[in-house]
Design a protein around this ligand. Structure first.
Ligand code: ZN
Length: 378
């Protein structure tokens, strides 16, 4: 009997095109570009085939993906239950990402990183609202008609400091929303002393998914019309990027005391921060806040480090169309981009799971301590 192989991606954040799937030994695939854009790297698909047989899946257009350094030493993730995502043998050879896997069951999902679905996003918000500490505020709609929601934790009292955390401007960076879930989980734990202390002096504004359209569409980097949200902060418009426009308006209303913009980095196998050294108003006070945040984060989580990361901007050379630089300059406040790996944290490697949803969640919990450090001392 002829073996049948079926590959599908018509589900939340699905992305793949099948070139040929006639033989388990040679399945040829391509990742689709983000709409109205040349970016691509996020993939997510389901394979139904024969268990116990090795499948060789070749992503033929890997060489022109957004970050080819991302494929070096990268292992794709797979799952049978769509809950536990484990790493599978992957190699970047001759411009192709080759995934080799012998499924134990006939149906298996593969992805670039553990997906975070839109349904889970809605569950996260509804669950947060169950706490008396949290209320949800509707900011407006995306171009595909999805809600932009900010979770407000603590009293909206103008005497309190506004701490803003946004995640997933780049929708393929799903680890960012796992991180946001960790932030919310700890903040809403009424027995947690760090959260209790923080909420005495701060109000938190958390946007767990800045780019729901791109997330559902299976994009790496852009929204429904191809806008890279993290290059739109200087002059955001409702036509091109309502996601940024609406959040920016709310920030101008609340002001911002401390800001974190949560991302994933394709190439660097570490967790790191990128600061505001290049913004026009950067000064000793800003530097001292940055330094104390980093020092406290190092103590709060051994998954964080400061040796590997992006080179600092030269003075006054920052690109102010990015969220963290725009906020840092607009509000003269501590403002960081936080990057997590798609691969693993090479300082604390985990060959089975690599960097994962669970570890992103834990890092989100641990970031509250450095926030407390900085808001208490300045
Ligand atoms: Zn990013």
């Amino acid at each position: 009997m002829a073996q049948t192989i079926n590959i599908s991606s018509h589900f939340d954040s699905g992305n793949i095109s099948v070139i040929s799937a006639d033989s388990c030994a040679d399945i040829q695939l391509e990742i689709n570009k983000d709409a109205h854009s040349d970016f691509y790297q996020w993939f997510h698909y389901r394979l139904q085939s024969t268990a116990g047989v090795e499948h060789v899946m070749r992503i033929m257009n890997a060489a022109n993906a957004a970050y080819i350094e991302g494929w070096e030493n990268y292992q794709a993730v797979a799952s049978y239950d769509r809950n536990t995502w484990f790493r599978v043998d992957s190699d970047y050879v001759n411009g192709e990402l080759i995934i080799r896997h012998t499924p134990e069951q006939s149906s298996v999902f593969y992805a670039y990183f553990a997906p975070y679905s839109y349904e889970r996003h809605l569950d996260l918000l509804q669950g947060a609202q169950e706490s008396s500490l949290c209320r949800l505020e509707h900011l407006g709609e995306t171009l595909d008609g999805r809600d932009m929601t900010v979770a407000v934790i603590g009293e909206s009292d103008p005497s309190k400091k506004a701490v803003w955390i946004i995640a997933r401007q780049h929708p393929g960076e799903s680890m960012a929303e796992w991180f946001a879930e960790g932030v919310l989980g700890r903040l809403l734990d009424e027995d947690d002393p760090v959260s209790k202390k923080l909420l005495q002096s701060c109000t938190f504004y958390v946007v767990a998914n800045m780019n729901p359209d791109g997330s559902v569409r299976g994009h790496l980097r852009t929204n429904a019309v191809g806008a890279n949200l993290n290059r739109e902060w200087l002059d955001a418009t409702m036509n091109k990027c309502p996601e940024v426009y609406l959040v920016r308006e709310k920030m101008l209303e609340t002001k911002v005391e401390l800001f974190l913009d949560i991302h994933g980095d394709e190439a660097i196998a570490h967790n790191f921060l990128a600061g505001c050294e290049g913004i026009p108003s950067f000064d000793e006070r800003h530097k001292s806040k940055q330094d104390s945040f980093k020092a406290s984060f190092l103590k709060a989580s051994p998954d964080f480090q400061v040796e590997h990361g992006y080179p600092e901007d030269e003075p006054k050379q920052a690109n102010l169309s990015m969220a963290s630089t725009w906020v840092g300059e607009q509000f003269h406040c501590l403002s960081y981009t936080l990057e997590m790996p798609f691969k693993d944290n090479d300082d604390l490697p985990d060959p089975t799971f690599g960097w994962s949803a669970e570890r992103s969640y834990r890092l989100g919990e641990s970031v509250l301590l450095p926030i407390l450090e900085v808001v208490s001392n300045y």
